[in-house]
Design a binder for this molecule. Sequence first.
Ligand code: FMN
Length: 331
Amino acid sequence: MASSREAIPTDFTRLFGIRYPIIGAPMFLVSNVEMVVAVSEAGGIGTFPALNFRPVEAYRSALRDIAARTSKPWGVNIIVNKSNARRKEDLRHALDNGARLLVTSLGSPAEVIREAHKSGAKVFCDVTNLQHAQKAQDLGADGVIAVGVGAGGHAGPVSPIVLVPWLKEKLRIPIVAAGGFASGRTIAAALALGASAAHVGTRFIASVEAGVDGAYKKAVVDATPEDIVMTTRISGTPAAVIRTPYVEKLGLDLHWALKALKDQPRAKKYVVPLIHWLGMRQLEEAANKPTWKTVWSAGQSVGLVHDILPCAEIMERLVGEYFDAVAGMPK
Ligand SMILES: Cc1cc2nc3c(=O)[nH]c(=O)nc-3n(C[C@H](O)[C@H](O)[C@H](O)COP(=O)(O)O)c2cc1C
């Protein structure tokens, strides 16, 4: 198991008292209790989006379950924009159940930072550029997650090869690299770029524990980086999905009428949640049951994923490959 190997100490691992600088990144519809526990037990830190559990009672039960099954640090992702009506409640339950890491996305992390710090938890904020990263630092974030081009979910526009060292030059807080980090070799590269950890999403879709249909996992194994396309049809902002015949049929842009309404200040308030709801329903249907309506979210690192393994074995492989990559570097 990964934990029998040498540790990889960084600012990030020291902050949490863990062995490996690897976050099992939160993935809508994919991350579940089993994955979180397995990644944390293997020496990384497992996380999940609070909204994977609906209603709130299911979320509270998941939190209790995780807390009962591991004494290692784990984390919760909270979407902090105002359209997420559960954000305050989800934060409170996460902290009450002992979450040590809060990952914020899509909005201002100010309240999460304030509340988490009262409980001794740490907050890492998803950012895609220097302006947002600096704002997170000014608000007191413990670190940022630099989400680069090619990441699964809502990827940023900048290459992680540039984004990580760019933020590193300007920030005082630790940086976690996200987007394409799916092998030990890439994790070694992340640390060389100045990151304190890697945020690994897509690799863990192809895990035994992931709570999605087998066809989705197989699609991740079979896809190449060129099969990943950006679509605005899911949430109105570009999100990475595997190009399937159904995605091609749908097209990659919002329906022209929704697009026009989204740009009208008065209609926006109603249309944006509608776009989210329609997109989420589509993703949910495709993720959980066999269907020809395949809208499967994944990043370019599908090209580095060749098998479906238990999370503990993925962790072990990432760590083993990391040491091989470092040892194989020219002296
Ligand atoms: C299927 C899928 C769902 C995701 N859902 C979320 C989410 O709900 N919240 C979030 O902050 N990030 C989400 N992400 C982004 C990941 O947390 C992470 O930043 C990204 O996967 C890293 O890039 P990688 O896929 O190349 O490893 C998602 C990614 C994927 C692949």
